[in-house]
Design a protein. Structure first.
Length: 85
């Protein structure tokens, strides 16, 4: 289960729109990183087992077991995953 801050929704929408200008199959994928922090990567398709979330203005592929609240930190509007609903 993922929740989103308003700012995260805005950043994901903008990223989705920009990526799709160059690759109509592009979407952001969130997955656990090797350091325990979530990774947000542009990919062409979901990995096996990913959930596909279609939100207003963007698509997000979510790796199994990823839960929390997607938020944004500065600098550079970096997406992060915070613990929580």
């Amino acid at each position: 289960m993922l929740a989103f801050t308003d700012r995260a929704r805005e950043i994901l929408r903008r990223s989705h729109e920009a990526a799709r200008r160059f690759n109509p199959d592009a979407a952001v994928r969130v997955s656990p990183g090797p350091d325990g922090e979530a990774r947000f990567d542009l990919v062409d398709r979901p990995a096996e087992g990913d959930a596909v979330l279609e939100e207003e203005g963007f698509v997000l592929y979510v790796a199994p077991g990823v839960r929390g609240t997607v938020d944004v930190v500065e600098p550079h509007d970096r997406l992060v995953l915070r613990p929580g609903p």
